[in-house]
Design a protein around this ligand. Structure first.
Ligand code: SAM
Length: 265
C-alpha cells in the first residue's frame, strides 16, 4: 500500500463528504424498499471506497459486504466501522468477478462506480448473478443543479488545457449511466430515478483549485503530468486576478440521485 494511495483515500473523504442528514437520506432510500421486501436483507456495495454510502448502512446494523480494488480505500472504511461492524465484510475484490455464490444478496449498490470500469457489462452481469430474484440494484451519483464558481474554475481549466493542446474529456460518468440504463431496459428492466437529497456546499476558489490539484476527479487523471502542472500554474495565476479574495466561499448546489432497479421475482 503506497503512501500515495493512502493520501488519495483520505483526500477523497475530505473533498467528497456528504453532510450527515444527506448520508441518512441516502441510507434510508436504499434500505427502506429492501427491508419491506425481504427479512434480514444482505447488502453488497461495489467500489465501496471509504464507505461514504456504506458506513451509514452498516451503522443501522444490516449485513453488509463491500468490495473494492483499492486496499487503501477499504482500510479507511475499516477504521470508520471499528466497533460497529460485526456483520460487515470488506474484501479486496474486482466487481467484474465477484467471489460470491449466485443469489447471495438482496441489494447491490454502486455509487460513482460504472465510469471507472471499462467493461462495465461484466460487472453488471455479476451484480445480477449475485442478487436474489426480486433483488434490487441501486446506482447513485452526486450532481450539481446550477452553475457555480467551482464549475467556472473547472471550465477555465479546460480552456487552459486546450491552449496547451490537451482536450479534456468530461461527462464520461453520465454517458456511462445512460449506457447502463439502456442495457437494463433492453432486457425488460425498469430503472426508476429519484432525487434523494439536496444540499449546499460552500467552497472557496482556493479549495476548488486545491481539489483539482489533488487529481481526485477521474477526468483529471488522463492529463499528462507536465501539462497538468503547467495548466494548474496558469489557473492559479488567473484565479488570483479573477477573485480578490481566494478564501471567500461560494455555494455549490448538490443533489444526490438514486436509480433503483428491481429484478423480476
Ligand atoms: C469514485 S470511488 C466511489 C466510492 C464510493 N462508492 C463513494 O461513492 O464514495 C470508486 C471506487 O471504485 C473502486 N473501483 C474501481 N474499479 C473497481 C472494480 N473493477 N471493482 C471494484 N472496485 C472498483 C475504486 O477503487 C474506488 O474506491
Amino acid at each position: 500500500m503506497t503512501l500515495n494511495f493512502v493520501r488519495i483515500a483520505y483526500a477523497y473523504d475530505r473533498t467528497r463528504y456528504h453532510p450527515p442528514e444527506v448520508s441518512g437520506k441516502i441510507a434510508t432510500a436504499i434500505v427502506a424498499p429492501v427491508e419491506e421486501a425481504f427479512r434480514e436483507p444482505a447488502f453488497l456495495e461495489l467500489g465501496v471506497g471509504t464507505g461514504r454510502v456504506g458506513v451509514p448502512i452498516v451503522a443501522r446494523g444490516y449485513r453488509f459486504v463491500g468490495v473494492d480494488v483499492n486496499p487503501s480505500m477499504l482500510e479507511v472504511m475499516r477504521y470508520k466501522i471499528a466497533g460497529v461492524g460485526r456483520k460487515v465484510k470488506l474484501l479486496e475484490a474486482d466487481a467484474r468477478s465477484l467471489p460470491f455464490e449466485r443469489g447471495s444478496f438482496h441489494a447491490v449498490i454502486g455509487v460513482h462506480f460504472w465510469h471507472l470500469v471499462e467493461d462495465w457489462q461484466r460487472a453488471l452481469l455479476e451484480a445480477f448473478r449475485v442478487l436474489v430474484p426480486g433483488g434490487f440494484l441501486f446506482e447513485g451519483w452526486d450532481t450539481t443543479t446550477a452553475a457555480s464558481e467551482d464549475w467556472r474554475i473547472q471550465e477555465k481549466w479546460r480552456e487552459i488545457l486546450n491552449e496547451l493542446g490537451f482536450q479534456l474529456e468530461r461527462g464520461r460518468h453520465q454517458r456511462r449511466l445512460a449506457e447502463v440504463r439502456q442495457a437494463m431496459e433492453r432486457i425488460g428492466l425498469e430503472p426508476e430515478e429519484i432525487t434523494v437529497a439536496e444540499w449546499v456546499e460552500d467552497r472557496s476558489p482556493r479549495q476548488s483549485l486545491e481539489i483539482l490539484g489533488e487529481r481526485l476527479y477521474s477526468f483529471t487523471q488522463k492529463v499528462p503530468e507536465d501539462v497538468f502542472h503547467a495548466s494548474l500554474e496558469r489557473l492559479w495565476e488567473w484565479a488570483r486576478d479573477a477573485y480578490p479574495d481566494l478564501d471567500q466561499s461560494y455555494p455549490i448546489r448538490w443533489s444526490f440521485v438514486m436509480r433503483r432497479t428491481r429484478l423480476p421475482e
